[in-house]
Design a protein around this ligand. Structure first.
Ligand SMILES: [Zn+2]
Length: 260
């Protein structure tokens, strides 16, 4: 793809739609990507339902979460989550904040997430919790102040996911595709973990299994296959962005070898 910015806009619009149609986002929650040409900026939609986000809705933000150009559109109040994580973590290229149903029992009870199947390893061995009240007292639980976003980023540390007490989850990725993969399969893992706990004793993966499974999940083969499936499902539903975009398959390195 000759225009990395157009590709990034298209990918993040599609990522919003995939995560909405796959049950991770509803009316709320959002996905961003670091600007491909300027690591001190990121792209996030104006305030609208994720399943409707198109490439033209994306606003360019500085890391302090001020818009580079005022568009007049309403903005997400929790955009500091994205800016402060990009500021704290140069390796992070994409961020999603969500309140997925699968995770709400975890963040309400303070139950640790543990990988219970191989794809669940992508969520991390034991992602940290963040308690907004511990540092900021009684709030409306939205993360709207830069210092709140910075505190969340500190709690995230070097992990890929942080659970937010009585609120939701924030997830990071090395690319938009990596992010969507992690959001989706961490939600599946959370569902399986909760259902398994109702049946009997939960047996998590071993630390060695988690590392090995994470390595596989971070590779392009599985991520490309999952992305292809999710794109096909959007297509069948007539839910792809209508605005012209670049080729749907670009943005991925070609598979190094066939199969798997
Ligand atoms: Zn939220």
């Amino acid at each position: 793809m000759s225009d990395p910015l157009a590709q990034a806009r298209f990918d993040v619009a599609v990522a919003n739609r995939i995560l909405a149609y796959e049950g991770v986002l509803d009316a709320f929650g959002h996905v961003s990507v670091r600007h491909p040409d300027d690591p001190d900026r990121y792209l996030l939609s104006c305030s609208r339902a994720p399943e409707l986000v198109g490439p033209a809705d994306l606003i360019e933000y500085r890391l302090d979460s001020t818009a580079v150009e005022e568009t007049g559109s309403a903005q997400y109040s929790e955009r500091v989550i994205h800016g402060e994580i990009y500021r704290a973590r140069p390796d992070v290229m994409a961020v999603c904040h969500h309140h997925a149903e699968a995770f709400m029992p975890f963040v309400i009870t303070g139950t640790d997430y543990v990988p219970v199947f191989h794809l669940g390893a992508t969520g991390g061995a034991k992602p940290p919790f963040w308690d907004q009240r511990a540092e900021f007292g009684d709030t409306g639980l939205l993360v709207v102040e830069p210092q709140e976003g910075a505190s969340l980023a500190r709690a995230l540390g070097a992990d890929h996911m942080v659970l937010m007490r009585n609120h939701g989850v924030t997830v990071t990725g090395a690319s938009v595709q990596d992010l969507v993969f992690r959001c989706y399969y961490a939600c599946r893992n959370a569902e399986f973990q909760a259902r398994a706990a109702a049946l009997g004793t939960v047996r998590p993966l071993s630390p060695g299994e988690i590392v090995a499974a994470q390595k596989i999940a971070a590779g392009p083969t599985g991520q490309a296959r999952a992305w292809e499936r999710w794109m096909a499902r959007l297509d069948r539903l007539g839910a792809m962005p209508r605005e012209p975009g670049p080729s749907r398959r670009v943005g991925f390195r070609p598979n190094p070898s066939p199969g798997r």
